[in-house]
Design a protein around this ligand. Structure first.
Ligand SMILES: [Zn+2]
Length: 436
């Protein structure tokens, strides 16, 4: 029998989370081990790998639920375990942040719409250990070009990662020396496997270029970072700008632009908003119905300077007086930030106006019609673009702007294209319903 042990080194490009059913009803928790540290089950990575390979490879490596005679078939590739290491000899850290659901009418935080989300920060590397039975060539080839993702929240930029190294050792159990090496692997924990792999071989990793829709370097003036205590140092999560925030800000504006053009775009009134699943914005940005959408809004590092604390008083909503004992301390920083939108999938021709609207939303940010950080009414969160680069997809649609001011307007023809597409789609659906 031929057995191959494989170690894949994965580098997360930002925070990640693996959903867990926790005790706390008001929080989306991430999975923990028995000691309360962040855990990443190998099955989660197996899911990411499975999603990246085709049906034939899935059959070959991952096994099938049932074969023809009804017996479950074992997979050739086993995901044995993971080991996490933190940055600078530290430990990966679970941080909680309060995600505020935005009231889509008022563009302000909903009163009762907030919940906590846990994310894992400061992970330097993830070592994934695998075992393969038989000729390992195909498994190694596919692992070498694996575009790995960790856990959930991919379209909001969580869990982006890359494979940086693959090391493996093949044992032929008909050879006494290899058999001995296998037997001495008494407990197949990470230490034993690392020891075995010291005599192993490196497999080349194909640097997988992921497609970028657009990238921008910006400066945010007066960015608010919520804090427990103004004397606190900046926390790990303060050094990241959340993809969810970018997505929320830009999606809201694109919807608004669409409605201003007279298009039938969802999002205006529904309180329990998960997207209509029918309009062009849902198709591109995703919805409860249509899934993750075509783009991913990356978590991007912040470089905050001049942190200055300030305290805000909560104003009582009815008396307009300062509510007692309701202080929300915030740190206000000026920070360089980046906006990176990755492409999970291409858009269709009738989406041209959405692409234009996205750039117009950036122009609205630059010109101060939109701000960042939820406190823009208090004069914070103004944005200045220092660099803007459009990816191939936007260029394919004839867009050439290198600054938000140069963003082109949406043409009548593009609006008409969207209208025609929508009415054709609705007609088709009606016909389908009648036949059903
Ligand atoms: Zn919609």
């Amino acid at each position: 029998m031929i057995l191959t042990y494989i170690r894949v080194t994965i580098r997360p490009l930002g925070p990640w989370r693996v959903g867990a059913v926790g005790q706390d009803q008001a929080a989306l928790e991430t999975l923990r081990d028995n000691a309360g540290r962040p855990a990443l089950p190998p099955s989660s990575l197996a899911g990411s790998f499975r999603a990246c390979i085709d049906e034939a490879a899935r059959k070959l490596l991952m096994g099938q639920e049932k074969t023809k005679d009804g017996k479950p078939e074992a997979s050739a590739l086993w995901f044995l375990g993971t080991r996490l290491t933190g940055v600078e000899d530290g430990q990966p850290e679970i941080r909680r942040r309060t995600a505020t659901a935005v009231d889509r009418n008022r563009r302000a935080a909903r009163n009762h719409g907030s919940h906590d989300v846990e994310e894992v920060y400061d992970t330097e590397t993830i070592q994934l250990y695998l075992r393969h039975e038989g000729d390992p060539a195909e498994a190694l080839r596919l692992l070498g070009k694996w575009r790995v993702t960790i856990g959930g929240g991919i379209s909001t930029g969580l869990g982006r990662a890359e494979v940086t190294a693959i090391s493996y050792r093949t044992l032929d159990l008909s050879h006494p020396a290899d058999l001995l090496a296998r037997v001495s692997l008494r407990d197949a924990g990470p230490d034993a496997l690392d020891a075995l792999l010291q005599g192993g071989t490196d497999h080349k990793v194909a640097a997988g270029e992921s497609l970028t829709l657009l990238e921008a370097t910006i400066r945010i003036d007066g960015l608010n970072l919520p804090t427990q205590d103004l004397k606190d140092q900046l926390r790990p999560e303060d050094h990241w700008f959340h993809g969810t925030r970018w997505k929320g800000i830009l999606r809201g504006r694109v919807e608004y632009i669409g409605r201003s053009l007279g298009l039938d775009i969802c999002g205006a009134e529904d309180q329990q908003w998960r997207g209509c699943g029918k309009c062009a914005v849902c198709e591109v940005f995703g919805s409860g119905e249509t899934g993750a959408g075509r783009w991913s809004f990356h978590f991007t590092p912040l470089k905050p300077d001049h942190p200055a604390g300030r305290t805000r008083n909560a104003i009582d909503r009815f008396t307009r007086g300062v509510a007692e004992k309701k202080l929300f301390p915030e740190k206000t920083v000026t920070s360089q930030a980046r906006l990176v939108i990755g492409q999970l999938d291409g858009v269709e021709t009738h989406h041209a106006w959405v692409l234009k609207a996205l750039l117009l939303a950036l122009r609205d940010l630059q010109e101060g019609y939109l701000g960042i950080g939820g406190r823009t009414s208090t004069g914070l969160g103004s944005v200045r673009f220092e660099k803007l680069r459009l990816g191939e997809e936007l260029q394919r649609f004839g867009m050439t702007a290198t600054t938000p001011e140069a963003a082109e307007g949406i043409t009548e023809a593009e609006i008409e294209l969207e209208r025609t597409h929508r009415s054709l789609k609705e007609k088709e659906e009606k016909e389908k319903m009648q036949h059903a």
